[in-house]
Design a protein around this ligand. Structure first.
Ligand SMILES: C[S@@+](CC[C@H](N)C(=O)[O-])C[C@H]1O[C@@H](n2cnc3c(N)ncnc32)[C@H](O)[C@@H]1O
Length: 344
């Protein structure tokens, strides 16, 4: 999974957000004790990994994340790795591989490596049709489902990157639920990238990430930071959101959610990894709950137990057989758009 350099990367590029330990260091106990690596010039580093190195790294990334790196990504992988080599002061791809794979799994260099290797492209209100559904159908259905005084809504943005999806959900909820104070809303964002999660916690977004946010919502729920082209979500939104590092290849210890976003991540996975992820994710979906996927995720065949409402929208069957109200399965995409009163 290689990045488009034009796209937003947390921390500026795929730069690591923390210092890394030197390979020669025997013992590192705290961040403060880590010695910044000596600068080495990139001219000392070969421009590309060899085919054998590519294979070793591809296997490593696959084992760690489920992501498949194809041979065509050789240049991009090399570019990404060179940044880690420079940061750690290591002069060759093989030495860095040996260094990395000898580190304990919780060592910060693993975080920096994964942050560098993965693509974090995201922005608010990505895929407009999905957010129209969320605002006009899903929230109304959730409101009608509530029994009793305590109203709850639980949403998981899985592979949330810098939090743009989670804050879009929060923004729509704040705009659409008139009795917001009576709700207990949880929007959990998780991502394998530590830098991405740290960025999400700042609740700040650049102009590019904000470009699709409707003006009225921007004014109501975000504030522009002085002297910066950066917008910060207001407390009404940050109160609903929490962010945590998590690898989708592992189960997430959480209570079930009413809605799970799993977008633009499985495109990079092979069938085996997709199955593992979907197995972990679907266990955490309430009966009657919804799964929103990216249009190119390639998971249709793996979701046969779910009701397909749209190419990007699936519902877990209700135990009690309650009728789905979000959309009629028989509706064509066109009718569905019309039912939301969307502009073409
Ligand atoms: C392209 S972004 C998608 C962000 C957002 N869901 C969206 O659609 O705008 C993909 C994210 O998936 C994350 N990711 C990749 N492999 C992962 C894994 N095994 N577990 C959790 N997150 C992963 C990456 O760190 C990256 O932030």
């Amino acid at each position: 999974m290689m990045p488009d350099p034009a796209h937003k990367q947390p921390g500026g590029g795929n730069r690591p957000v923390r210092p890394a330990a030197l390979p020669s260091e025997k013992k590192v106990t705290t961040w403060d004790q880590m010695i910044p690596p000596p600068p080495i010039t990139s001219s000392l580093i070969l421009p590309q990994v060899t085919d054998a190195e590519l294979q070793r790294y591809a296997d490593l990334v696959y084992r760690k994340t489920g992501i498949r790196i194809s041979p065509q990504k050789k240049t991009l992988l090399s570019n990404r790795l060179r940044r880690r080599l420079r940061e750690t002061g290591i002069a060759s791809y093989s030495e860095y591989y040996d260094y990395l794979t000898r580190l304990p799994p919780r060592h910060p260099e693993w975080d920096a490596f994964l942050q560098e290797i993965t693509t974090h492209e995201t922005y608010l209100f990505r895929d407009e049709l999905q957010w129209q559904w969320f605002r006009k159908k899903f929230l109304a259905e959730m409101a009608s489902r509530q029994r009793g005084p305590a109203k709850t809504l639980r949403i998981w943005s899985a592979a949330c990157s810098t939090g743009d999806e989670a804050f879009t959900a929060a923004c729509c909820i704040a705009a659409e639920l008139p009795d917001l104070a009576k709700w207990r809303i949880t929007i959990l964002g998780t991502d394998i990238g530590v830098g991405a999660v740290e960025q999400a916690r700042t609740a700040t977004f650049g102009e590019r990430a904000m470009r699709l946010v409707p003006d009225d919502l921007k004014r109501r729920f975000f504030e522009k930071l002085p002297n910066a082209e950066v917008w910060r979500a207001k407390p009404i939104l940050t109160k609903m959101t929490t962010f945590r590092q998590h690898n989708l290849m592992e189960p997430l210890p959480e209570r079930p959610f009413d809605l799970i976003f799993l977008k633009n991540v499985l495109i990079y996975f092979d069938m085996g990894s997709k199955k593992v992820v979907l197995n972990n994710v679907l266990k955490l979906l309430q009966p009657g709950g919804y799964l929103v996927v990216g249009a190119a995720e390639g998971v249709g065949d793996l979701l046969s137990g779910m009701t397909r409402l749209q190419p990007w929208l699936y519902q877990k069957p209700q135990e009690s057989g309650t009728r789905a109200v979000a959309a009629d399965v028989s509706q064509s995409r066109q009718t569905f758009r019309a039912s939301l009163d969307l502009k073409r």
